[in-house]
Design a protein around this ligand. Sequence first.
Ligand code: DX5
Ligand code: ZN
Length: 220
Amino acid sequence: MPTYRIAPSILSADFARLGEEVRNVVTAGADIIHFDVMDNHYVPNLTIGPLVCEAIRPHVQVPIDVHLMVKPVDRIIPDFAKAGANIITFHPEASEHIDRSLQLIRDNGCKAGLVFNPATPLHYLDHVMDKIDIVLIMSVNPGFGGQSFIPEALKKIADVRRRIDESGRDIMLEVDGGIKIENIAEAARAGADTFVAGSAIFGKPDYKAVIDAMRTQLAQ
Ligand code: DX5
Ligand code: ZN
């Protein structure tokens, strides 16, 4: 069985108590903290930046996975690395020079990855498989938490799984959007190993109960 990771998205956390929220969700079993950065330009919403990443960093030991939904991309990368990010992903269509942005992330000591919207083609992976550590498949259109899973994402996950296996490299395959206890196993069967869940976890009072139920689904 692959190593499965649960990555709660703090987009649905209580921002007034963010330190406590990240501590609680890690105690509840989270493997990664997923950190959604939106700029009201590339996506129609505005969220949090490096200062907030720096503020939560001392509260948890697990990796912080920064999902950049911003354009331009490069300017903000060193700031997130300094703020304690471990993984940084961006949307290829938001970068003028994808190879350069990936290299910049790695030069700053972080794992690098590309994010694919539901309608973004996978050909952006063609020439950079040796430069990525993670692929993130969006199963909703980016910008908001609480949307419904788009089933077409399953085929895309399977396509990426094939590409990763062919590459022979150790690349994480993350899925983001509408993941719940009810559909996490389906995403795993398609080939995902890392599961972002925002509203499914932070929308419930007992984070551990949700994460445990997700792991039970993944174990079947
Ligand atoms: C959407 C974000 C997601 C979002 C997921 O643009 O990238 O990470 O927080 O939220 P849920 O799990 O509620 O769909
Ligand atoms: Zn995200």
